[in-house]
Design a protein around this ligand. Sequence first.
Ligand code: 8IG
Length: 287
Amino acid sequence: MSTDNPLNDPAADPFEVARAAADVIASKSGIERHDIALTLGSGWGKAADIIGETVSEIPASEVPGFSASAVPGHSGTVRSIALPDGRHALVIGARTHYYEGHGVRRVVHSVRTAAATGAAVMILTNGAGGIKEHWTPGTPVLISDHINLTADSPLEGATFVDLTDLYSARLRAVARGVDPSLDEGVYTQFRGPHYETPAEVQMAKTIGGHIVGMSTALEAIAARQAGMEVLGFSLITNLAAGIQKTPLSHAEVLEAGREAEPRIADLLARVVAAIGSSPEAAEGSAL
Ligand code: 8IG
C-alpha cells in the first residue's frame, strides 16, 4: 500500500502532491475552496458531525499522498463540511503519525493539502498526556506553544520560518471567548509510539512542557510555512507517566476520549463558529 504513495518518491515535490490532493478534494466534493481546516485527533472525531452539514466524505485512500489510518479509533476520511454561515470546512480524520516511520513529508501532507484547498486557519487537535496535576482526564486545553523533541522538521533546505506566535494568540483569545475556563500549555512532541518514562516526563516539565504527545508540532510548523493561522487543542486523556501513579493504557486513553467526546465536540463547533465571526474573518470576507 505504501509503495503507491507519490510522497515515497524522494524526487516528488510535496507541494505538487498537495496541489493534486486539493484538486481531487475539489472535484469529488464540488467545493472549489475551503476556508478552515481541522485535524481531528483522539477524542475529537464527533466534532465533524456537529460543526455543519457534510457535503462529501472521501476515503483517504482516494486522495493522493494520504494513507489509511494506522490507529484503531482514527477514521480514515477527508470530509468537506458546509458551515451554517456559508464557509466550508475541511475535516481531516486521517492523520499520519511520525512514529509510523514514513517520513515527515507524509506526516504533514494533510496540512499542506488543507492549505492548497485555500484554508487560512488550521485547527490541530490531539489526545495527549498532561503534566499539570489538576488536569483530570477529559480536560481540553489550548496549546500555547510547543517543544519539538523529534529532532526533525517538515522544512527542507534553508527555509527559515519564524515560529513566534505559532499558536495564534488571536485564535486562542477567540477560543477563550467561547469557554473562559480553557487552560493552556506548552505541547511537547515526542517521537513515540511508546509513552514516556517518568524521567522523560520530568525532563519535559523541567524544560517548560505541560502536555506530552506524538503529533501536532511538526504539523503546526508546516501550517505556518504554508501561511496558515494555527489553533491547537489537546484533550488530556491521561496524566503523563509518573504524574499519574498507575500505568498508562491505550484502552484507558480511548475511554477518556469517548467520555469527553460530546463536550469537546460542542466546544470545537462553537469555536469554529466564533472564528467565522471574529474581526479578521470579517476583514477577509470583505476583500
Ligand atoms: I492520548 O502520555 C496520549 N498521547 N507522548 N504521552 C505521549 N502521547 C500521548 C500520551 C502521553 N497520551
